[in-house]
Write a protein that binds this ligand. Sequence first.
Ligand code: PCA
Length: 154
Amino acid sequence: MTRVFIYGTLKKGQPNYNVMVDTTKGRTKFLGRARTVEKYPLVIAGKYNIPFLLKVPGQGQRIQGEIYSVDDPMLKFLDWFEKCPQMYQRTPVLLKVEEWVGEGEEAPQVGSTTEALMYSTTTYKPEWLQYPTFDCYDAYGDHGLLYVKREARD
Ligand code: PCA
């Protein structure tokens, strides 16, 4: 099992959450919520309004998201789904735990620091660094940049 930090469309209530609970792809277990220790620019970019966490630590905001434990088939599926490593790269990130519901011996304390893997990107257009940043992605937020699901793209 691998711990993954989810900050975008795969979060609960977001357009791709169905993937996280699709048991034909693999298994996921929600462990809790956390915020990145470092700031990152989380922007919404491109004609499909895709959320991108740019691998530029120190800029932007501390990002809020969810930690899941995923099995190998699900991890493989998520890599495919997130076009990793072409579009996003899956790399470790330091997190401060805000809520923990996962059971087991390795449960971190709320307020402590833990690590997980996340899908961020080093391949972005320079102008994206000027875009508004978000700390907590919501596809349906008042920014109006509604995410375009894969099946609806042209
Ligand atoms: N899916 C991944 C990365 C960005 C996205 O939309 C996530 O939710 O963390």
